[in-house]
Design a protein. Structure first.
Length: 278
């Protein structure tokens, strides 16, 4: 399986406009510290599939490599705003899958252009995309939201963003499914005592521990969370790390042979993890 983080920030992104916290100040100097709207992509049988579409340069990236389909977690603007431009493109329709949501976002349903919005996915009912089996899972958010379990027949990855905890049926499924890698929402810092719609860092770590995932990445991070880790470094568990924009995760038999806690990932630039367990 080839999986790549496209964006690992929350809706404010990093740097956040007008903010001079340590995370935002660092991101204005280091490109590698910037975090765009949360999204990812994977390849199956040589074809590219998108997980969310919040980046404003989405059409440009799709010109370089046209996606075979787009999977949306939900219809909040920071996860679909790139579609508002992409839809007016040319060529074959691009299938778009996502949760059942009668309202969607803006006028995407009424004026889809080249986007072929498919009926809302049913939780726990597998979708087959080439050789990849994709199972949608319900999450806890303010709009209908799905996580996605990716299974290429040799590796399993669970992508779970925009959620505050996990529904009991989702957690039961994941324990039985046994993912090799979990990618999980960790928006709020430890200092947040009343998280809403998203996990705090302690919540995310507790979920990862309960699932028993051998490897985990944190995504959908706020500048407050990253600043907290920069200002008072607290090592994460050895099998957990912060994801970074443009970082790729390699999965397969060669990774399975690695010792527990070992990491295989790649990015087009050097990434500093500042004592956060990376």
């Amino acid at each position: 399986m080839r999986f790549r983080f496209v964006g690992t920030g929350d809706s404010a992104q990093i740097p956040c406009f007008g903010c001079d916290c340590l995370a935002c100040a660092q991101a204005r100097v280091l490109t590698s510290a910037r975090r765009g709207p949360c999204s990812a992509e994977f390849w199956a049988d040589g074809r590219r599939y998108l997980l969310d579409a919040g980046r404003m340069d989405l059409a440009e990236s799709c010109e370089r490599e046209r996606p075979a389909a787009i999977l949306l977690t939900h219809y909040h603007a920071d996860h679909v705003q790139g579609l508002l431009h992409l839809r007016w493109g040319r060529g074959e329709p691009i299938p778009v899958f996502g949760p059942k949501d009668a309202r969607g976002c803006a006028d995407l349903y009424r004026n889809p252009g080249i986007l072929d919005f498919r009926p809302g996915l049913k939780p726990f009912k597998p979708l087959h995309l080439d050789s990849m089996t994709v199972t949608p899972l319900p999450l806890v958010h303010s709009k209908p939201t799905l996580g996605y379990c990716l299974d290429d027949g040799g590796s399993k990855l669970a992508y779970l963003t925009d959620t505050c905890g996990l529904p009991p049926e989702t957690e039961r499924f994941l324990r039985e499914w046994v993912p090799d890698v979990v990618v999980l929402d960790a928006t709020y810092p430890s200092s947040c005592t009343a998280p809403r719609n998203h996990n705090s860092l302690p919540m995310a770590l507790q979920i990862i521990e309960r699932l028993g995932a051998p490897r985990a990445f944190l995504t959908h991070m706020s500048h407050e969370l990253v600043a907290e880790l920069l200002e008072a470094p607290s090592p994460l568990p050895s099998h957990v790390r912060l994801a970074h924009d443009a970082e790729e995760v390699r999965m397969g038999p060669e990774v399975a042979r690695l010792a527990p806690g070992a990491w295989v990932s790649a990015a087009p630039h050097t990434v500093a993890h500042e004592g956060t367990g990376g």
